[in-house]
Design a protein around this ligand. Structure first.
Ligand SMILES: *[C@@H]1O[C@H](CO)[C@@H](O)[C@H](O)[C@H]1NC(C)=O
Length: 518
């Protein structure tokens, strides 16, 4: 008996599944998250295939096989779109949220076209291969879910940007506009009347625009590129598990249905050794270091001269050292205490005890990494969820935010000085960090557990809430409210007539008396 158990344990331990990951968003930060998840699975012993815009420079050495399918056509497509629309950093920052809904919706079918028409992807589709699970990133990526149906595998969704309209609708997650702000509005709770109004209208725009334009045009592409392709309406709402790149320590708390699982921080690794020049630079900074990076999509080299001067003048007057991710070869007027580099190992830098402040665009990766290491931030948010992350940092007391427009030397210097000298920011950052780390199971293990769970049970229909199958008027209880209004109205009308008839009777008596007198 013992031997049988041991054998079962060994078989179970060595159990390896075939998993397909689809992460075509043409944005490095999204790719970093998708590939981190797939590497985690491959390290556990699963055979993974990854469709993306970038791929790995060198295939990672993992226990299971790691195969890349790179759709090179996707690279730079966001930058091209911005260029097409002639949008610089300033315009992107002032992007109207209603326009951005339409802009993203406009990109979706284009990205889908590039992915599905890719030669290698077509080969995979027409091969006899099967998968045990298909993981799709929920960002500019709807129709690709049909590949889960095609490969006969449970569908798992990774939301790299936490909760939002796109994932909530898939699994019937309640997101009342009264207190759940749309991701790209940059609102925090409690919302003012105006904010709630805008939030409601934006949610309505999403609903209408996606159903009228986006889903139908994606559906046409499913039929075009996938043999016997399913209907998009059968695919969208068939999600087994949603892995959410969020956590109450980094996001506003909101409701989640049972198949939504928080895994923020899953991409963060234990600190590695720094390259020698950086190690020396950081070790020798006895007054501390400011780390400055605008992320992988935005470039601080794109700053306008005024903004750049404001930053340079401020840095040149500091006793602290500055490590600046700068993408050009030269920086005119580079101060002595500033070190430049085109690429920097961000996580390992934030782990260094001498780093006192992180000046960031406030992207979610940067925000969660800074919370992980307990480093306060000065955020200069530009697009997407960055404003929201910045505001959350301000509300939680571990940072300040400046809009790109108001980036004057005075304001910039004042904010930097405030964070460096007021210890409350560091204390609050450490507090957030403690909340971030305080979990039953680490985020990568949580993610792998739930993916294997979906594989073991061949999907997870038992976690699905009934909201997904309700028509919209039933979901919003419009029929019940309509019924109640009707009943109340009938009651009022009936009462009115009853009172009228009774009154008539009462008043008509003296009249008849009068008649009798004649
Ligand atoms: C929906 O998911 C279940 C469980 O993974 C699967 O058996 C079924 O084929 C899927 N349906 C479609 C249309 O993808």
């Amino acid at each position: 008996m013992k031997n049988v158990l041991l054998l079962l344990a060994i078989i179970h331990y060595g159990y390896s599944s075939k998993i397909l990951g689809i992460f075509p968003a043409p944005s490095r930060s999204h790719y970093i998250l998708g590939s981190a998840l797939m590497k985690g699975l491959a390290e556990k012993g699963h055979d993974v295939t990854v469709i993306s815009a970038y791929g790995e420079k060198q295939p990672p050495k993992t226990k299971g096989a790691y195969r890349d399918i790179v759709v090179t056509e996707l690279q730079n497509s966001i930058q091209e779109m911005f260029k097409e629309q002639k949008m610089g950093m300033q315009d992107r920052q002032n992007l109207n949220p209603f326009f951005s809904v339409v802009f993203a919706g406009h990109m979706l079918p284009k990205i889908m076209e590039k992915v599905l028409s890719n030669e290698q992807v077509q080969q995979l589709i027409h091969s006899e291969e099967k998968f045990d699970a298909v993981i799709v990133e929920q960002f500019l990526n709807d129709g690709q879910k049909a590949l889960a149906t095609h490969f006969g595998a449970p569908l798992i969704v990774l939301s790299t940007i936490g909760g939002n309209f796109w994932v909530n609708t898939l699994v019937g997650n309640p997101a009342p506009p009264a207190y759940v702000p749309a991701m790209n509005l940059g609102y925090t709770v409690p919302m003012t009347f105006r904010e709630r109004l805008v939030n409601t209208l934006l949610t309505a725009l999403y609903e209408v625009y996606y159903h009228v334009h986006v889903y139908p045009s994606e559906n046409a592409r499913i039929k075009k590129y996938i043999p016997n392709g399913p209907d998009i309406s059968d695919v969208l709402y068939n999600v087994s598990i949603v892995l959410m790149n969020s956590h109450p320590s980094t996001n506003q708390p909101v409701p989640y249905v049972p198949n939504m699982i928080d895994i923020a921080g899953f991409h963060i690794k234990a600190p590695k050794k720094l390259p020698q020049d950086l190690q020396e630079f950081l070790d020798s900074a006895k007054d501390g270091v400011i780390y400055f990076s605008m992320g992988s999509n935005l470039k601080s080299a794109d700053f306008l001269p005024e903004q750049r001067d404001a930053v340079l003048k401020t840095f040149s007057k500091l006793k602290e050292k500055v490590l600046w991710k700068w993408e050009d070869d030269v920086l005119p007027g580079q101060p002595k205490n500033v070190k430049l580099s085109k690429w920097l190992p961000q996580q390992d830098i934030l782990a260094h005890p001498n780093v006192k402040l992180f000046i960031t665009h406030g992207g979610f990766l940067s925000t969660s990494e800074t919370i992980y290491h307990g480093v306060p931030v000065l955020a200069i948010p530009i697009v997407g969820d960055q404003k929201l992350n910045a505001k959350t940092a301000v509300d939680n007391g571990f940072g300040l935010a400046l809009s790109y427009d108001e980036l004057t030397e005075e304001k910039f210097a004042q904010s930097v000085h405030e964070i460096l000298t007021n210890s409350k920011y560091r204390t609050n950052a450490k507090k957030r960090s403690e909340l971030f780390h305080d979990r039953l199971v680490g985020p990568m293990d949580t993610a792998i557990y739930w993916i294997e769970y979906a594989i073991r049970h061949k999907g997870a229909p038992h976690l699905r809430v009934a909201a997904v199958d309700l028509p919209w008027y039933q979901y919003h209880l419009l029929d019940v409210m309509g019924f109640l209004v009707l009943v109340s109205l009938s009651f009022v009308v009936v009462s009115y007539y009853v009172v009228k008839v009774v009154c008539k009777k009462l008043y008509s008596k003296p009249k008849t008396n009068k008649v009798k007198k004649h």
